[in-house]
Design a protein around this ligand. Sequence first.
Ligand code: ATP
Ligand code: MG
Length: 470
Amino acid sequence: MNAILTFLKNILSLDNTESEVFDVIDIKHTGAVVIARPDHCVSRQQVNENALKVLYRLRKEGFDSYLVGGCVRDLLLGREPKDFDVVTNAEPEQIARIFSNCRLIGKRFRLAHVCYGRDVIEVATFRKAISDDKTQTPRLNKDGRLLQDNIYGTIEEDVWRRDFTINALYYNIRDFSIIDYVGGMEDHKAGLIRLIGDAGERFREDPVRMLRAVRFAVKLAFRLHHDCEEAIAPNAHLLAGIPPARLYDEISKLFLTGYGVQTFELLRQYGLFSVLFPATDKSLMYEEADFPKMMVIKALENSDQRIADNKPVTLYFLIAALLWEPMLRRAKEKIAKGLPESNAYYDAASETLTQQVRRIAIPRHLTMAIREVWNLQPKFNARVGAKPSRLITHPRFRAAYDFLVLRAQTGDVSLEVAQWWETYQEENENTQRKMTQPQANDKAVNPKRTRTYRKKTKSAAVTISLDTHD
Ligand code: ATP
Ligand code: MG
């Protein structure tokens, strides 16, 4: 018997870094395909060491423990996972008793965070969809959205509440196999994003899954399964009912991961972008010589490039670009109705942001940054005297300058202005002084070219140049 066990242990212990294998008598994964270690490429060498510690410790304490979700999916593709999610049959309080470095979070969805310095391993307890429990009535809102999701279950139950088949693969620390209840491996090989269960129903339960489908399709270069694709259009409007704070989290993941342009195109294709950014979507319909759409695309291209170059990117800059055209359009409408220009631009900025924040909860410090970037734009027209030297010391100068360059790239402002500022920044003080002499820059002294409009109160100053947006 011992010899057989040793033999089995040797077969299963393929990772040369880890020789210990737990007893091979495993729970039966009824209805699942079990992909043994030799038949898949996920190695413990690629798994975060703290996640491994958690998995082993739970196992040692007599619980089942698995990696699940994005980490298994990404490891199968040879990609580095963003995070490692552990799932177990231990309940949160039991997990807290095992790990002294554990804190429990969430009310509706109780989770354990096991902390190793700044590295946090999220440990969830198996859950079941409430609709599976005959003693409980699922709490759905009028659109079919699931309002409660906190009943513990088994792995067989846990799998059905996950979103896509490729996200429902479990890596078993007991024998390093992958357990697949839903055909996730096949879909993985075929590059398919397929919902578990009825696509329409799953989107109605949680409309954010539509955004996740797009995010994974772009990130992994996978296709949406036909059923998944078909179910988006009739349910896209349901995103409007999602709490704005949750949509803000999703937006950050959608646009700041280096595939912004493709994501934008796909969101538009599936009619999701119009729900997220209604004013921007509307402004895209008024294309004039490609200009409005170019601004959005250029901003996304720039962020994608910065991410590829390992440079920092900020969401507020992107949102400032997305909302620039709707803001200008709104201001022009107000001016046409007779509102003084300074008030028109100020009010347009406020209304555009207020309307957007109702859909996506952009934090206040970001909306303030967006306002600053917008407000600084007309100041780039003043290129004589002391104003340029003051402007470059403004804390938001760099972002505002980048925004100016973006506008210049899309024909929204003359390239010459952006070039002047590029040179100005690089020169020494002496040359800078020469550059800002009145005769050095005829255009800059022409008052007609630099008309700016200022609100009476200082804090409410909004100045917008008219020479580029008439
Ligand atoms: P990544 O972390 O790379 O963005 P992920 O798939 O790990 O992708 P998470 O948000 O970390 O995404 O979620 C972990 C897992 O939890 C998912 O893989 C999926 O199984 C499940 N999950 C997450 N969000 C949902 C949801 N809205 N509906 C159903 N299951 C979900
Ligand atoms: Mg994840």
